[in-house]
Design a protein around this ligand. Structure first.
Ligand SMILES: [Zn+2]
Length: 142
């Protein structure tokens, strides 16, 4: 999902009383001339602009962690069963559930960690320029 340019215009007024109407900085409500260049304004705008698209990524990360944890727990129980000479076919879903609920799954520290898709993080102007150049190269090649 690409980050779209916001269409929000600056809400400040010019010295002649007319609204400014220039594009606001990303995540902000004012343009660069009307306070959008100030470090504290830019910082808050940046937090706002990455905070929104970050939450769905965190949700997806949590879902994926839940799925991976279950797969991981099942594989650990089956591996433990093999070690005790029990074939995997003899292990029922109930056995696995009991092991998980009783906290008998070994090596909890090795459980899958929460991973959040890095694409939603902040991008520097240089990164964006590099990506644009690479896309142009690809377009020229094909
Ligand atoms: Zn303005």
């Amino acid at each position: 999902m690409a980050r779209k340019r916001q269409a929000l215009r600056c809400g400040a007024r010019r010295s002649n009383g007319q609204p400014c109407r220039a594009y606001a900085i990303t995540g902000g409500r004012v343009c660069r001339v009307h306070g959008g260049g100030a470090p504290q304004v830019r910082r808050m705008a940046r937090i706002r602009s990455i905070g929104g698209p970050l939450w769905p990524a965190v949700d997806r990360g949590l879902d994926r962690q839940r799925r991976e944890t279950l797969d991981w727990q099942v594989s650990r129980v089956l591996a433990a069963a093999c070690r005790f000479g029990i074939s995997p076919e003899q292990v029922t879903a109930g056995d696995i559930l009991v092991c998980v609920l009783d906290g008998l799954v070994p090596g909890e520290a090795a459980m899958p960690a929460l991973r959040v898709d890095g694409r939603y993080g902040p991008r520097s102007r240089r990164q964006l320029a590099t990506r644009a150049a690479r896309q142009a190269e690809r377009r020229a090649a094909s």
